[in-house]
Design a protein around this ligand. Sequence first.
Ligand code: PMP
Length: 447
Amino acid sequence: MVIEASNSVADPRLDTGVDAITNAELLERRERAVPRGVGTAFPVFAARAQNAEIWDVEGRRYIDFAAGIAVLAVGHRHPAVIAAVEGQMARFTHTAFQVTAYEPYIELAERLNAIAPFSGEAKTIFFTTGAEAVENAIKVARYATGRQAIISFTGSFHGRTILASALTGKVTPYKRGMGSVPSVYHVPFPNPIAGTTVEASLKALDYLFSADIAPEDVAAIILEPVQGEGGFHVAPPEFLRSLRELCDRFGILLVADEVQTAFGRTGRMFAIEHSGVEPDLVTIAKAVGGGFPLSGLIGRSELLDTVPPGGLGGTYAGSPIACAAGLAVLDVIAAEGLVDRARRIGERITTRVEAMQRRNDLLPIGHIRGQGAMIAFDLLAGKGTDQTDPDAAKRVSARALDEGLIVLNCGSTGEAIRFLPPLTISDAHLDEGLACLEAALVNEAAV
Ligand code: PMP
């Protein structure tokens, strides 16, 4: 497949003018037609997009630092992804893999098995959403170990189905009033900013094992190598190594939830590779589909093969269109060197944010952290304090929109600004987005 070197040139078909509808009209219709339970970060509506740019229905252009929540690692409408999808659509769009299987699914599994972040034989099964991948990781872990209990971490996010939100380490808004599931336990995620050391987290596991559940009854420990929604906190390598040892000692499976981190985002194909720790099961979604709904579970063959036929799957799981897109995504990541590019993007962002942090005419910036192109920083209540200011963070992302930038918050109280630009973004667009953010920080400080 021939891949065009860059997709930063707007498709001429995009310059067709402005839709005859306003953001305000759509907002009103949205509020009447769609429940408020599905929040929307910004009151603007997408009309079209190309690589790292989005135009709203009124023709206003934005630099996109959200990339559809870490989905568009290869940018909006990468030509290779569009060509692969159009090629697949011309052949067939759906058969259900469980009825009539197809090559794109198998080929994508083969290619992911070859890069699985663990030694030994791997297999991959596909689903549609990140939460579904997480659900299936737990199903496999329970089946393979014959155990029920799952350990997860505070501040984690694993999705919005009942099990995935039960695993999620944040009550409001994800689980309050919606109940939970039994046999799920949480321990503190090590977070130096919150004062939680690796030792404290490991001690909490000891307490759990003495007070609530024997380690021999635990099926899996699930964690994000870099917490995404929770604030871009990186799991310390020594913590991951301790978890691996613990899992080996008690026959517990280690599940890396790489839904937000995988496919180059952190400067490695999988974030867990930074630590050298090998997980047993890896959940993937977001970037792999290049904008088409696709998720998967990569795991040790001997674990995935325990479940008998029929125990796993789904009508739309591993859609041929999404698998075709996934193959193109892997091609683009390799051809355009996006794993290295993620590191350079991260460095460029960090240098610029550090410079902003030193200035006195901006809202005060706290801890800058992350891995590769997955960087976040806190907004502080004042210079010299550690107290975060979630309201300021929300005002900054709202103000950034006025400046022409789409950028998201994250963190347990929404106290952080997070960068998730497409890895295909040009330096010019990256700098333009950073300038918009800087203007937002200056203008909010002046209010
Ligand atoms: N796990 C992680 C680490 C995530 O970041 C997310 C989504 N933000 C999910 C799971 C759930 O994915 P989805 O929304 O596709 O169900």
